[in-house]
Ligand binder design. Structure first.
Ligand code: ACM
Ligand code: ZN
Length: 706
C-alpha cells in the first residue's frame, strides 16, 4: 500500500511546478468539511504564494493574499484531478511565483476574438497561475474598444473590407469590457489594455483623418506590415484625442498600467510634416549621437503620454522602441526585439517585462516544421524553446505574445496558443532549478486532456523529416524516411492506406522503401489522441530524361495578363495574355508592378514563365517554392492552390537526369489572407535529396528556348 501511495505522489505533476513538494505518505479522502483555506496577511508567505498541507485527516491552505489562496485551490484541484478524490496523496507544498508579471497577450485587431473565446483563455490561463492579460485593442486593421466620445473609432475603425470582398471586424462595447475585466479579476488576472500610438494607428486615422500629418482620407487597411500612415505629434489634436481616449480607458481598467504601444512607428511622414518639424524646433529635439530628431519627437510624445496617464492615476508601459530618443522617467519596458532593450532599460533603473520574439516568447511564430505547419508570420519557437527561455537579467516578469495576422479562426488561435502558453505559465512561475522538460511534457498532456474536455484546440506535433518535410518522396533504388517530433511523442503509421490509430505500428527507426508505397504517419499523445495524419506518397522513379535540345540565352520567357485571381483556374479563357517577353530570372516575376503598403488601387496580374532548367547531375531533387505552381517536364510538381503563400508548404521531389528539362512557373500577384504575394522573393529552391540545404535556382541554370 505504501509503495502504491509513493507512486501516486510521483505521478502527480502540478503545472506550473511548485517551489517545493514534500511527500508525506498516505492519502486523504476528499471531504470538503476537512479542507481549510486560511487567509493570514501576517504569514511569512510571499504575495501570491501559499502553503498547502495535505495530511490523512485534513487539508490546510495558508496564504497572505487572496490570490495565494486561489492558487492553492488551483493546485489542489490538479492534485485531486490526477489522483482521484479518494486518494489525494499527502504532501506539503510550499509555493510562490518567480515573477510578479506572468502575462499573455492577444491581438483581436488583425482577427477579432469573441468575448466568450477570450473568457475561455482567461479561465484556462488563470488555472495555471497566469496573472496578467495584455489586451492589444487598437492597430492598423481594427480599433476594438468603444470610446463614447469618438464613435467613428468603432463605426468605421472596427471594420475593414477584405480582399475577397467580405467585411471583417468587431469591437468590444464598454459593457463587454467591464464584463471581461470583472471575469478576469475573479480569477486574479489583471487586464492591461493597449492603446497604440503613434504608429499602428491606421484604424484611428481612418475614423479621424485629422490625427495624421496630412489629414487626407485613408481607405480600409487589409494587409499586414507597418504603414507610414501614423499619428501626428506635431499637432495638439493627437494629444487631445489620446487624453480623451485614456480618460475613458482608465475608467474601464482598474489595473495600474496602460500600454501605449510605441512600436514600429515609421517616421518618414514626420520628416516632411510642417507641424512635426515645427514641434521638433520648438522643443529643441535636435539630432543627437544616438537619435534622429524624429526619434526624439516620438520620445517627446511618449513622455507626454506618461503625463496624461499619470493624470488618470495610471503607469506607462510600452514596447522597447520607447527607449529610442530617451525613455520617459517612469516607463516600464516590454522587450520584444530580443533582450537588448530590456537590458538597457534595467540599466537605467526601469522595470522590464521580457518577451523576446526569437527566444520563444512570440506564440505567433512556427512551433514545428514550416513546411507542414499552417502558415504563420515566421520564426521557430517550439514548445521546448519556449520552455527553455530564461531571462538573462532580473526582471519584473515574462509574457507570451500571440499576434493574429495569420490566425484565421479561433481554432487556429488556440492551436498556436496551447500548449506553448503552458510553457509561459511554468517559466513565469516556477524556479529555473525545478525545470524539467520531460516532466513538463507529462503535465502538458494532462492539461491537453482538460482542453479536450473544454472543446479547445491545441497543437499536437506532426512527424517531421530532417531538412524539411515533404509529402511526395521520389526515389531511384531505395528511400529511407526518417522522422522526428518537436516534443517527446510516439509516432504511429500504416503502409496499407488505412488511417493510423493509437494501436498502429509504432515508428522506432527510419523506414526503408524499395517499391511504391503510401505511408500514413501521425503522433499520438500519451492519452491516445492522434495529431494530424500525414500522407506521404513514396514513388520509385526512373530519372526523367533530359531533352536533346539546344538552349538559347539564360533567362525565361514570360507572359502576363492583368486581373486579381486567387486560383490559376479562375483566369478566364478569354483573358488577354501578352506575347512572351524575356526575363533574366525568377526574381523579376513578382516585381512587375509597383507595390504599396496596402496595395489599394494597384495592378494585380497572373504570370507564366517558361524555359529550360539545367539539372547538374542525375538524381532525386526536392523542390520548394511559394510561386503558385511549378511544373517540370510538363508535370505539375507543386501547386500551392489558393493558400496564403508566404512560406512553401508543398515541397515535392522528382528524379531527373542531368541536362535540360522544360520548366514552367506560374505566379498570381494577389493578396490572400492579408499577405501580398508581390512581397515574395520570387524563388524556386532545390536540393539533391541527400543534401541538407536548398540552393536557389539562379539564372545560370535557366535558359530560354531558341
Ligand atoms: C511588436 O511585435 N511589434 C511589438
Ligand atoms: Zn506631423
Amino acid at each position: 500500500m505504501r509503495v502504491l501511495v509513493i507512486i501516486l505522489v510521483m505521478m502527480v505533476r502540478i503545472l506550473p511546478a511548485p517551489v517545493e513538494v514534500q511527500e508525506r505518505g498516505g492519502s486523504f479522502r476528499y471531504d470538503p468539511s476537512k479542507v481549510e483555506f486560511r487567509l493570514d496577511p501576517k504569514a511569512k508567505i510571499p504575495s501570491e504564494g501559499y502553503t498547502l498541507d495535505i495530511t490523512r485527516t485534513r487539508v490546510r491552505a495558508v496564504a497572505s493574499t487572496p490570490a495565494g489562496l486561489f492558487y492553492a485551490a488551483k493546485t489542489l484541484e490538479q492534485i485531486a484531478d490526477q489522483a482521484g478524490n479518494d486518494a489525494i496523496p499527502c504532501m506539503k507544498i510550499t509555493d510562490y511565483p518567480r515573477y510578479s508579471w506572468r502575462g499573455f497577450h492577444v491581438d483581436p485587431c488583425r482577427h477579432f476574438q469573441s468575448v466568450e473565446d477570450l473568457k475561455s483563455m482567461i479561465d484556462i490561463m488563470a488555472k495555471y497561475k497566469i496573472n496578467t492579460f495584455h489586451w492589444h485593442l487598437t492597430d492598423d486593421q481594427g480599433w476594438r474598444i468603444e470610446i463614447k466620445k469618438y464613435p467613428r473609432l468603432t463605426s468605421i475603425g472596427a471594420w475593414r473590407t477584405e480582399w475577397d470582398g467580405g467585411v471583417h471586424g468587431g469591437y468590444y462595447s464598454q459593457e463587454e469590457i467591464k464584463d471581461i475585466v470583472a471575469y478576469a479579476a475573479e480569477r486574479f488576472v489583471t487586464v492591461v489594455p493597449e492603446i497604440e500610438m503613434p504608429g499602428h494607428a491606421v484604424a484611428a486615422v481612418r475614423a479621424y483623418p485629422e490625427l495624421s500629418c496630412t489629414g487626407e482620407p485613408v481607405g480600409s487597411f487589409s494587409t499586414w506590415g507597418s504603414p507610414d500612415i501614423v499619428m501626428c505629434p506635431g499637432k495638439e489634436t493627437m494629444f487631445e484625442f489620446l487624453d480623451d481616449v485614456i480618460a475613458e480607458v482608465s475608467a474601464l481598467f482598474p489595473g495600474e498600467y496602460i500600454h501605449i504601444g510605441g512600436d514600429e512607428c515609421k517616421k518618414t511622414r514626420w520628416e516632411k510634416c510642417p507641424a512635426c518639424q515645427a514641434r521638433i524646433k520648438a522643443e529643441g529635439l535636435e539630432r543627437t549621437a544616438d537619435a534622429t530628431p524624429e526619434e526624439r519627437l516620438q520620445s517627446y510624445a511618449v513622455k507626454r503620454m506618461e503625463g496624461i496617464l499619470a493624470k488618470y492615476g495610471k503607469k506607462l508601459i510600452g514596447w522597447d522602441e520607447i527607449l529610442e530618443g530617451g525613455l520617459s522617467p517612469n516607463a516600464t519596458v516590454m522587450s520584444w526585439r530580443g533582450e537588448k532593450g530590456g537590458i538597457a532599460a534595467a540599466e537605467q533603473g526601469h522595470d522590464v517585462i521580457m518577451c523576446p520574439q526569437k527566444d520563444g516568447m512570440y506564440l505567433d511564430h512556427y512551433q514545428g516544421d514550416p513546411k507542414i505547419e499552417p502558415e504563420t508570420i515566421s520564426g521557430d519557437n517550439t514548445l521546448e524553446k519556449v520552455y527553455s527561455y530564461n531571462p538573462s537579467i532580473p526582471v519584473k516578469g515574462l509574457q507570451g505574445n500571440l499576434w493574429s495576422e495569420y490566425i484565421y479562426s479561433e481554432a487556429q488561435r488556440q492551436y498556436m496558443f496551447y500548449p506553448r502558453a503552458f510553457a509561459i505559465a511554468e517559466i513565469a512561475w516556477s524556479l529555473p532549478q525545478n525545470k524539467d522538460f520531460e516532466a513538463f511534457c507529462t503535465a502538458v498532456d494532462r492539461a491537453c486532456q482538460d482542453l479536450d474536455a473544454r472543446g479547445v484546440n491545441y497543437h499536437i506535433p506532426m512527424p517531421e523529416q530532417p531538412g524539411g518535410s515533404y509529402d511526395h518522396v521520389a526515389f531511384l533504388d531505395k528511400a529511407t524516411l526518417e522522422f522526428s517530433t518537436t516534443r517527446p511523442m510516439r509516432m504511429v503509421y500504416t503502409l496499407d492506406g488505412s488511417e493510423p490509430t493509437a494501436t498502429s505500428a509504432t515508428y522506432e527507426k527510419p523506414l526503408e522503401f524499395s517499391k511504391d508505397a503510401t505511408l500514413k504517419i501521425a503522433c499520438v499523445t500519451s492519452f491516445g489522441k492522434l495529431g494530424k495524419v500525414r500522407t506521404i506518397t513514396v514513388e520509385k522513379q526512373g530519372p526523367k530524361p533530359a531533352l536533346a535540345v539546344e538552349a538559347g540565352e539564360h533567362g525565361l520567357n514570360l507572359s502576363t495578363t492583368y486581373g486579381f485571381f486567387l486560383n490559376w483556374e479562375d483566369i478566364p479563357a478569354t483573358a488577354f495574355w501578352t506575347a512572351p517577353f524575356a526575363v533574366e530570372g525568377l526574381k523579376e516575376i513578382p516585381k512587375l508592378e509597383p507595390t504599396h503598403y496596402n496595395m489599394m488601387g494597384l495592378n494585380f496580374y497572373a504570370a507564366e514563365a517558361t524555359g529550360y532548367v539545367n539539372i547538374p547531375k542525375d538524381g532525386v531533387y526536392v523542390f520548394s517554392t511559394v510561386f503558385d505552381q511549378l511544373w517540370i517536364d510538363g508535370e505539375k510538381l507543386i501547386d500551392n492552390g489558393a493558400e496564403v503563400k508566404k512560406h512553401s508548404r508543398h515541397d515535392s521531389s522528382v528524379a531527373l537526369a542531368k541536362g535540360l528539362h522544360p520548366i514552367k512557373v506560374r505566379f498570381l500577384s494577389n493578396v490572400q489572407g492579408g499577405w501580398t504575394t508581390a512581397r515574395n522573393r520570387g524563388e524556386v529552391l532545390y536540393r539533391r535529396v541527400e543534401e541538407k540545404d536548398f540552393h536557389t535556382l539562379r539564372t545560370d541554370r535557366l535558359y530560354r528556348p531558341l
